[in-house]
Design a protein around this ligand. Structure first.
Ligand SMILES: [Zn+2]
Length: 235
């Protein structure tokens, strides 16, 4: 287990260069600092002993940000490019590819406030708003979908980094027959953004939200598998 102190020493900012709208306050040179987080470490700690031996995340192509493809069912096109990443597979220290299941409880990536919870085609979702200190008033939102939120979590509640806010939902009996996984998104709301009546179809609108690739934030080695890899064909 990595100690808190050791982690802080290795923590660095990741500069993500993006094509930002003028309505946002991107800071110097159009960059925003996205901090690496302890998300994966906290997930492993919260799910000991199940995730003991976790080495790296495994992604089939359709699990990655902006992927146009499904990783389940007919592996056809998604209705919309993927809004985040799907955390589902990992490699353990013996090299074996394993799957997380619906017993897995997940932590909140950073301190913030629960601002919305809704049910949509991505199942039940929890949204937590975070302040980016380096850019003053700019906000970031983390999204956790296909979840079974903790009954004690509610809108308006303040959460600390690492607080457990729910478990994965058992989606294997859903219409899509998709295996349990955590859909994780990071988004930067624009000035016209509102939490009222929020669902994925509004989140996806560029005038409401700029969705970012969460991979740098979860800060863990990962491996991308070809779509025809056996581990992906069985997903
Ligand atoms: Zn997803």
């Amino acid at each position: 287990m990595v100690s808190r102190q050791k982690y802080l020493l290795k923590k660095t900012d990741v500069e993500i260069r993006m094509n930002l709208k003028k309505s946002l306050d991107p800071g110097p040179a159009g960059t925003l600092p996205l901090k690496k987080s302890r998300f994966t470490e906290m997930l492993i700690e919260a799910n000991a002993p199940e995730l003991r031996g976790f080495d790296r995340w495994i992604f089939c192509e359709g699990m990655l940000f902006n992927s146009p493809n499904k990783w389940w069912g007919d592996r056809g096109r998604r209705d919309f490019p993927h809004e985040g990443i799907d955390l589902c597979l990992y490699r353990d220290s013996s090299g074996r590819i394993r799957r997380i299941d619906d017993s897995i409880r997940f932590p909140v990536v950073a301190a913030g406030t629960v601002q919305a919870m809704f049910k949509d085609y991505l199942g039940k979702a929890v949204l937590v708003e975070h302040q980016i200190q380096a850019t003053g008033s700019q906000r970031l939102i983390s999204f956790y979908a296909h979840t079974d939120p903790d009954p004690n979590i509610g809108v308006g509640m303040m959460v600390k980094e690492g607080d457990i806010i729910g478990a994965l939902a058992d989606t294997s009996h859903s219409k899509a027959g998709i295996r349990p996984h955590l859909h994780f998104s990071i988004g930067m709301p624009t000035k016209s953004f509102s939490y009222d009546g929020l669902v994925w179809n509004t989140i996806r609108r560029p005038e409401m939200m700029i969705l970012l690739d969460p991979l740098p934030v979860i800060d863990r080695p990962y491996q991308k598998l070809a779509a025809d890899d056996p581990a992906c064909r069985q997903s």
